[in-house]
Design a protein around this ligand. Structure first.
Ligand code: PLP
Length: 360
């Protein structure tokens, strides 16, 4: 049976990437051993590290004003490192909160220093992202933090909001590389790899060098962005296999035509699923307001929880896995990351039509 993998993360990876990793697993480039078994100081790994950084920058059109770091501890570690590095005494960090991950980021910053909520769409449990005009900044904030796609509620900014005069920091864990965006609007952005970029274990951080200079210098070395930049992400042992996989995923994105090709592919995929919601006559109720719908995570409810359970188990029986909503919100969530094929969205939309016809 074909498996259609709608897992929210760790998530589906490109088949071609997995096959390549399998083919190279026992003997990496004729060395007679796996990349898993080599020093991170080997020329083989140094090449992977450099190539992954170069590909990441090329795909996003990032200038040399930015450094790209491969770090560990997931996006959750970035929730703490951003304020530790930049929320200096006397300053306030502003947070735009559009869902559960933004709340978590704010919670961590509160442990470090003074924070303010610059905008929130909590009312109605995050059915939309705030409008850029709703954002109210503090006087001289250290930075303003946004979450470009809220993976749990399924709401996404249509575009990176242009916020002038303050460094903008973005958690892009669940929509990085899904479409082109203006990275020059961001002073720092980060993404755990396990949604759109590769396996769990590596977190990519892109940081403007001028912004990095403002980071405090009195942190333990391992918590300091400067340390990782100075050491080319090789300060301590990196997650070599995760970075190797990341490089292969970036190569796969390049081969498919880069971010504009990803954007077209993702728009087509999401349209298939949202159309099934919209033509169901109210049987499926989308969580997000149409203008804030996420192309990465489509979230919706059915008339009652027993039907939702049935939906998940009947879908599973047809090979569609990972559709249960996050435990904190319930309902259904279909995660449609880059590597998910269009045929999986087609299969889901057909299943949704048939399920609604049977139970509606
Ligand atoms: C998954 C996710 C996180 C958490 O990532 P971890 O790697 O588990 O720390 C944070 N932010 C967003 C937007 C996410 O989707």
């Amino acid at each position: 049976m074909t498996i259609h993998n709608f897992n929210p993360g760790p998530a589906v990876l490109p088949r071609a990437v997995l096959e390549r990793a399998q083919a190279e697993l026992l003997d990496y480039q004729g060395r007679g051993m796996s990349i898993l078994e080599m020093s991170h100081r080997s020329k083989e790994y140094e090449a992977i590290n450099a190539r992954a950084e170069a590909r990441f920058k090329a795909l996003l059109g990032l200038s040399d004003d930015y450094r790209v770091l491969f770090m560990q501890g997931g996006a959750s570690t970035q929730f703490a490192l951003v304020p530790l590095n930049f929320l200096v005494p006397g300053k306030v960090a502003d947070y735009v909160v559009s869902g559960s991950w933004g709340e978590k980021a704010l919670e961590e910053a509160r442990r470090v220093g003074r924070t303010a909520v610059a905008a929130s769409s909590a009312e109605g449990n995050y059915r939309r992202v705030p409008a850029p005009a709703e954002i109210r900044l503090s006087e001289e904030p250290a930075y303003v933090h946004i979450t470009t796609n809220e993976t749990i509620q399924g709401v996404q900014w249509a575009d990176i909001p242009a916020i002038e005069g303050v460094p903008v920091v973005a958690d892009m864990s669940s929509d990085i590389m899904a479409r082109p965006f203006d990275a020059s609007r961001l002073a720092l952005f980060y993404a755990g790899a396990q949604k759109n970029l590769g396996p769990a274990g590596v977190t990519v951080v892109a940081i403007n060098q001028g912004f990095m200079q403002q980071a405090r210098a009195d942190l333990p070395a391992i918590f300091s962005y400067k340390t990782h930049a100075k050491n080319n992400s090789l300060y301590n042992t990196p997650p070599v296999f995760a970075v190797y996989m990341l490089d292969l995923v970036l190569e796969w994105i390049e081969a498919l035509g880069g971010l504009s090709a990803m954007a077209e592919r993702n728009a087509r995929k999401a349209a298939l699923v949202y159309a099934a919601i919209d033509r169901s006559g109210g049987f499926y109720r989308g969580h997000a307001e149409p203008g804030s719908r996420s192309q990465m995570n489509a979230t919706f409810r059915l008339p009652d929880e027993s039907l939702e359970k049935r939906f998940v188990s009947e879908a599973q029986a047809e090979g569609m896995v990972g559709l249960a909503g996050h435990r904190s919100v319930g309902g259904i969530r279909a995660s449609l990351y880059n590597a998910l094929e269009e045929q999986s969205c087609l299969a889901l939309a057909q299943f949704m039509d048939a399920f609604a016809a049977k139970h509606g």
